[in-house]
Design a protein around this ligand. Structure first.
Ligand SMILES: Nc1ncnc2c1ncn2[C@@H]1O[C@H](COP(=O)(O)OP(=O)(O)OP(=O)(O)O)[C@@H](O)[C@H]1O
Ligand SMILES: [Mg+2]
Length: 176
């Protein structure tokens, strides 16, 4: 219940109480996000590989939250094999940074790849996996506030990849 309330509060504040955008180090923030799950990573023997990534102008706290949600999901929806999470990015010619968060977890039916970003939408059983279904809705709101987009690719049993496209430069320093 407490988690749900704090998620709802965060969801409503993503755009209304923004911090200004600054140059950030995506890899450093991703590592910080992974550190939150240190215990689970140890317990499951998970491998988290974070590559060097291009610099972007963003709200560091929101990007931290974004990676925490995605890494948390990758560990929660892990499959029978040791979890392997890869985070890497490339910059395309149009000045967009494309970030990939890839796991080898249980995956999901690709027909639900859009649905999962809606608030409270969950594909896997409440009894089996904890959560309220707000994580990805918050992720989408954060990415959209940065003028980017987020999508997912998956297949049952074959892992999932979340793709975040973020502008490298922001001209809206005040936020939305
Ligand atoms: N990496 C993943 N692998 C497989 N399924 C996923 C993955 N990430 C998300 N999903 C599916 O998408 C649903 C929505 O994800 P979301 O993060 O919004 O909610 P949650 O993790 O269930 O709860 P919360 O994030 O609020 O704790 C999940 O319940 C799950 O069914
Ligand atoms: Mg989640």
């Amino acid at each position: 219940m407490r988690q749900l309330l704090s998620d709802l509060l965060l969801f409503s504040r993503v755009a209304s109480r923004p911090e200004p955008f600054k140059g950030i180090d995506l890899a450093k923030i991703a590592r910080e996000a992974a550190d939150v799950f240190e215990a689970t990573i140890k317990e499951t023997g998970a491998q988290v590989e974070i590559e060097t990534m291009p610099g972007v102008e963003a709200d560091g706290n929101q990007i931290l939250r974004l990676f925490q949600n995605l890494i948390g999901n990758a560990l929660k929806f892990r499959g029978p094999d040791k979890p392997r999470i890869m985070i890497y990015a490339k910059r395309d010619r149009s000045g967009v940074c494309e970030i990939f968060v890839k796991d080898n977890g249980i995956g999901f039916d690709p027909q639900f790849a859009e649905l999962i970003f809606r608030p409270f939408q969950r594909l896997h059983g409440r009894n089996e996996f904890e959560g309220t279904g707000m994580g990805l809705a918050i992720c989408r709101k954060i990415v959209e506030r940065h003028g980017g987009n987020i999508s997912a690719r998956s297949e049952p049993g074959k892992g999932s990849t979340f793709i975040i496209r973020l502008p490298v430069k922001q001209d809206r320093w005040e936020g939305v």
